[in-house]
Design a protein around this ligand. Structure first.
Ligand SMILES: [Zn+2]
Length: 68
């Protein structure tokens, strides 16, 4: 089945028996277990970035009257 490639965000292929994940766009080729770890790692980093972004946005907008 088609899934989103964790590396290049294009369409990757997940094996029907969930044994492999392959992407022809960036030549990603890993087991599903590795894929899950990859996603978890990437999500954790992404959340950190988002958290930083949100706090930064709050910091810059809290001083404006529009926010109150
Ligand atoms: Zn890819």
């Amino acid at each position: 089945m088609k899934i989103k490639c964790p590396k290049c965000d294009k369409i990757a292929e997940l094996g029907d028996d969930f044994t492999y994940v392959k992407c022809s766009h960036c030549s990603l080729d890993m087991s599903y277990g590795e894929y899950v770890k990859f996603i978890a790692y990437k999500d954790a980093r992404y959340s950190d970035v988002l958290g930083d972004y949100v706090s930064e946005t709050k910091g810059t907008t809290s001083g404006t009257l529009d926010e109150w």
